[in-house]
Structures are given as C-alpha cells and as structure tokens.
Design a protein around this ligand. Sequence first.
Ligand SMILES: NC(=O)c1ccc[n+]([C@@H]2O[C@H](COP(=O)([O-])OP(=O)(O)OC[C@H]3O[C@@H](n4cnc5c(N)ncnc54)[C@H](O)[C@@H]3O)[C@@H](O)[C@H]2O)c1
Length: 257
Amino acid sequence: MRLDKKVAIVTGASGGIGQEIVRVFVEQGASVLAADLNGDAVSELADLYGEQVVGFAVDVTDFAAVDAMMEAAVETFGSLDVVISNAGIGNAKMLLDHDPVADFDLVTGVNQKGVYHGILAAGRKFVELGKPGVILNTSSVYGTMASEMSFTYNVSKAAVDMMTKCAALELAPHGIRVVGVAPGRVDTPLLRQYEALGLWEHIRREQMRNEFTQPVEIAKVFAFLASEDANCINGTTVAADDGFLNFKYPLIERTTS
Ligand SMILES: NC(=O)c1ccc[n+]([C@@H]2O[C@H](COP(=O)([O-])OP(=O)(O)OC[C@H]3O[C@@H](n4cnc5c(N)ncnc54)[C@H](O)[C@@H]3O)[C@@H](O)[C@H]2O)c1
C-alpha cells in the first residue's frame, strides 16, 4: 500500500474533505491523528477505524495546541511522517459590509495563521525526530483569483500558497517537502453556503465536468502527494480543480446536465 506504516495528522478531519482524507489514508495503510475543533466529531470518526485512527481536539489558531498535536501523534503512534493543515472556514460577505475588527481575523486566523502554525510545529518536530517528512496545506483556487464575497478567504489562501513556497525552500535541506492542494468546487458543508445564497447551480457550471468534485477525489490527491511517488513535487500548489482556473463559462451549452 502507498502509505504503509506512515503516520499522518489531518486537521479539519471532521469536515467534508478531512473525513475522506482520513478514510483514504487508512485504506492506504497509514495511521492517522484526526484533529478538529469539533473534538466529539473526531472521536466518533476514530471509533469507525479502531486503533488506526485517534481523534484529537485542536484549535489551529492556537500554536501551543498545534504543537501539542504533533507530540500527541508521536506519543500515540511512535512516529510522524505527514502533517496536513486542512482546517478552513469561509465567511461569505461583501467587503464593504465587513466588521473591520472581527471579520479579517476570523478567517485569516484559521486559514492563514492555522497553516503557519502547522508548518512551524511540523517542521520543528520532523527536525527533532531527525527524519524526512511531508507537510501538505489545503489552499483553494481562490488563492490565485479574485471573487466577490470572499475577500478574507482569498487573501488567506494566497498566503497559504506563499507559505508553502517559502517553507519548502527553508525545509528542503532537512528532507521535508511542503506542497499545497487547491481544490475548486467540492461538495462539502463549507461549499453549501452557496446553496443558501441561491448560487448552487451557477457554481456547478464552473467545473469542466459540469459537476461538483467529490471529497474523496481530493483525498486521493493528498494521498499521492504524501507518498514517495510524489518526491519530485515540492514548493508548489497543485490545482485539483477540474479546470476551474483555466476557463470561463463556455459559450456553447454543454450537453451534460
Ligand atoms: N469545499 C470546497 O469547495 C473547497 C474548495 C477549496 C478549498 N477548500 C478548503 O478545503 C478545506 C476543508 O474544507 P471543507 O470543504 O471540507 O469544509 P468543512 O466545513 O466541511 O470542514 C472544515 C473543518 O475545519 C474545522 N475547523 C474550523 N475551524 C477550525 C479550527 N480553528 N481548528 C481546527 N479545526 C477547525 C471544522 O470544524 C470542519 O470540520 C478548507 O481549508 C477549505 O478552505 C474547500
């Protein structure tokens, strides 16, 4: 199996994409510390898998908690190979409606600072363990494009892309790879906010297949990037977006509905 005997940490593990990363990693032989703000949900998730998965309550905005998460994985499974900073939130709001005190920090605290904490704590832990490791960060197509109602989200994901590059450069001498994944439209609770806004059908058409990407498809990209098959991929963000970044709505109506 591709991830046999690997030990991985996944944050945002009770969410749509996170749960599937846990499942695919277990299928491919890894042991997983499934971490999330929702500690009850990751405990329940862990119960599905026996000893291969342990739940861990974490708030990624708190560096001490993220650091303790690294230690918990090593204590539980005896090692650490892959750290995936996947926790993220959105906050659909037009810029001029922002509360300047709360809104910026709300989203960047989780999406940007949370990933920074993950990179720093994981990098230090891998160096301490004296072994190579892989750090994977969940970005978004919105890290490279502008869109309405998601100012802080896009800013935070652009920062994730740059942190991935800078960290890869500094950590490469230690045998640590750092790679981002930029999904397009994935059918998860986070994306369903667009349903409430009446935009669900509209955003479905932003995919070349004319359908939403499924969380398991993104999880398989993470599994590949975590594996030694991806050793030549470093310091970049891989688009897993079904073409989202490379086309506007086609002029000719596609036949698939
Ligand atoms: N769904 C999409 O279309 C899409 C597209 C591009 C990128 N993404 C990114 O994928 C990642 C996963 O999103 P998802 O779609 O599965 O969303 P989701 O809402 O289903 O899951 C997000 C998870 O993050 C957890 N979380 C939130 N704040 C946290 C904190 N402070 N500490 C720890 N955990 C916290 C939540 O409890 C939740 O379980 C996010 O980074 C998101 O930005 C999603």
